[in-house]
Structures are given as structure tokens and as C-alpha cells.
Design a binder for this molecule. Structure first.
Ligand SMILES: [Zn+2]
Ligand SMILES: [Zn+2]
Length: 265
């Protein structure tokens, strides 16, 4: 059973826990080392069991605690070359043996964990989402910080039992909000973030392609709130005769508290 738990998710910090057959890892460590350690304690995971940290991209809300945890626990950080080049300075000194490099769109094993980083569109050096596979080829997927849904994203997210999908902003809140115009344009662009509407429309496709658990993630603090993201997706799913609670379990990941542990066979 693949275990998934969000330690925290939002525009101010992201960290996901994945466990499979005793191998535990993190995807991103964008909260402080202390917050991550305490969050894992809440779900009864000891940080000493972690085997590595997989990074999606170099923005600070994804790497803030990565350097500290790597040094403290003596565990590797996994990222592609361009992400390494962009984040290395911000991480502080990392032991050379803990600097691991992968290539996008290839599949790797780390003990019992089978992981595939795949390319996504975002204004970072070389951002990725992740698939994690069980022995019987079920998968769970994490995809946040995406300006648009590419064919490569569809290919990797379809047939995932559980998907963590960005639902970053409400378009009206963003337009009316306090961000300066250039930043609004950046957020809405194809290398920015997914809006509630965009996430909801893609959710229809995901559910038709086998997704049973849909967790909306990386909500903006300024331009969104949990009930709005939830209701937007629920409404668009209903237009396509997909009933939340029956056809899919829909939940919102919280910014500063761990989610429950989801288990996928
Ligand atoms: Zn980002
Ligand atoms: Zn982010």
C-alpha cells in the first residue's frame, strides 16, 4: 500500500510524505525543518526513517527546509541538473554524496519506492511532478505549480488512483486583489499556476481516467480559500454528472496542518 500524507500545502510552503513497504521519502521540503519534523511526528513518522527528499523545483516554498533536513539526517536530495544549479546556493552546503541527480520522464527505484519525475510548465529552471508506483502498477501522482496542462502532464496523471493537484487561485479574487499587474499576469500565464476553474476542468478528465482520490493543493493565501476551491471543483464535476463522495473523494490540503494518511493498494 502506498501511503500519502501532506505535511503542509500552500503558496507559503509545501511538503508531501510518501511511504511504501517501509521506505519513506519526502517530496519537497518547503516548510521549516522543525515544522516538517513536528508534522511527521503527528502522523507517527520518525524523520530518522526518511530515505531522501525529491524536489519539484527550486522555489523557496518547495526547498526551505531541504538543506537543513539533508544535513541533520544525512539523507540525499534528488533533483534534475537544472534544478540543482538553481537551488544549490539557497540550500547551503550539501554533502556531495547526498546530491543525487535524475532525468525527467524516466523511472527510478529507491529501495521499495518506484518514482517517475515528469516535466511540467512553470517559471522555474526545470520543474517536475511525480508519479509513485506500487508493485501492481497502481500509481499516485503529485502535480503542483503548473501554468497549464500539457500532453505530458495528461500522460503521467491519467490512471492515477490518487492525484494531488494544484488549485492555486480564483480568477476573480486574483484580478480584484492586491497583486501588481505584472505578478497577476505571471500567475495566470502558461508558466504560472492553475486556477480553480482549470483544476476543476482537468479533474473531470482525471476522474474519467480512474482517479478516486483528488486532493486540491497549493492554494494561494491571497487569492483563494479552501471552501471556494472545493465548491468550484464540486460544481464543475456536478455539471459532468460526477458526484463528490460517490464517484470521487474530493479534499483540500491545508496550509499548515498535516492531512490524514491516504492509502492506495
Ligand atoms: Zn513555484
Ligand atoms: Zn510553489
Amino acid at each position: 500500500m502506498i501511503e500519502y500524507c501532506s505535511v503542509g500545502s500552500g503558496s507559503s510552503g509545501n511538503c508531501h510524505f510518501i511511504g511504501y513497504k517501509g521506505t519513506n521519502i519526502l517530496v519537497d521540503a518547503g516548510l521549516s525543518g522543525k515544522t516538517i519534523t513536528n508534522g511527521l511526528k503527528e502522523i507517527e513518522v520518525d524523520t530518522s526513517t526518511l530515505k531522501g527528499i525529491f524536489i519539484t523545483h527550486e522555489h523557496i516554498d518547495h526547498i526551505k527546509g531541504a538543506g537543513i533536513l539533508s544535513r541533520k539526517l544525512d539523507i540525499p536530495i534528488y533533483a534534475n541538473v537544472k534544478t540543482w544549479m538553481a537551488m544549490q546556493e539557497k540550500l547551503g552546503k550539501i554533502d556531495e554524496k547526498n546530491m543525487k541527480v535524475f532525468e525527467n520522464d524516466k523511472t527510478y527505484s529507491l529501495e521499495n519506492i518506484v518514482v517517475r519525475p515528469f516535466s511540467i510548465e512553470h517559471d522555474a529552471a526545470d520543474p517536475v511532478g511525480y508519479n509513485f508506483y506500487s508493485d501492481n502498477d497502481e500509481k499516485i501522482s503529485i502535480a503542483t505549480d503548473m501554468g497549464c496542462i500539457t500532453e505530458n502532464v495528461k500522460k503521467h496523471l491519467f490512471n492515477s488512483k490518487l492525484v494531488v493537484l494544484e488549485s492555486n487561485y480564483d480568477k476573480n479574487m486574483l484580478m480584484m486583489g492586491s497583486y501588481r499587474y505584472a505578478l497577476k499576469k505571471r500567475v495566470m500565464s502558461d508558466i504560472g499556476h492553475l486556477s480553480n476553474d482549470e483544476a476543476a476542468k482537468f479533474a473531470v478528465e482525471l476522474i474519467k481516467q480512474g482517479t478516486e482520490e483528488l486532493l486540491l493543493a497549493h492554494l494561494s493565501k491571497e487569492n483563494n480559500f479552501p471552501e471556494l476551491a472545493y465548491e468550484t471543483t464540486k460544481g464543475i464535476l456536478a455539471e459532468h454528472e460526477i458526484a463528490v463522495g460517490e464517484d470521487v473523494n474530493l479534499e483540500i490540503l491545508r496550509r499548515s496542518s498535516p492531512s490524514k494518511i491516504y492509502r492506495i493498494k
